[in-house]
Design a protein around this ligand. Sequence first.
Ligand code: 5GP
Length: 191
Amino acid sequence: MRLLEERIVQDGLVLGSGVLKVDTFLNHQIDPQLMEEMAIEWKKRLEGVPVTKIVTIESSGIAPALMLAKLYGVEMVFARKQKSITMDDSVYTADVYSFTKQVSRTVTISKQFLSSDDHVVLVDDFLANGEAALGLCDVVEQAGASVSAIAIVIEKSFQPGRKKLDDRNYHVESLARIETLEMDHIEFIHE
Ligand code: 5GP
């Protein structure tokens, strides 16, 4: 998606070890106009795909996921990274290793918010090693629901996540696919 790629080049800060900082529009400050354009683009790409629910993981997935849910007219659920004291034991959980924080966490969704009738689009801000996406797939599938698609804002295609999801036959739609991530040079894959 051209608009997003331009924004990444303009605002993105490449940190060492393959990490991209995009705090000006996605991970800290959020650009609602861009979030809306992204949701429109995903919906266009997902034409014909059944969707009854949008699922993401806190916190940076929430903004784009909410925009997409609004477009589809369905609810959005975000997986919690820490179990809230208001949650009872009726939860689905999966262990997810965080690429940026380098710790393992249990992500949780209340059983109340997923059912076996659901067709879910998963949303996340980044795809790196695929841990977060696979954890969310696990949670959705524990509920007997189906994963209709995985919608990613920024895919770092030089890391193994995309291949892992392709190998499991998930439908992945990444709005920006980064092939090369260097301090002074970012290259994208265009299909
Ligand atoms: P994965 O689980 O695919 O290894 O990593 C995805 C998660 O790690 C995303 O939810 C995102 O929060 C974080 N992440 C991975 N790579 C980056 C990156 O380059 N920049 C930022 N800001 N977050 C990242």
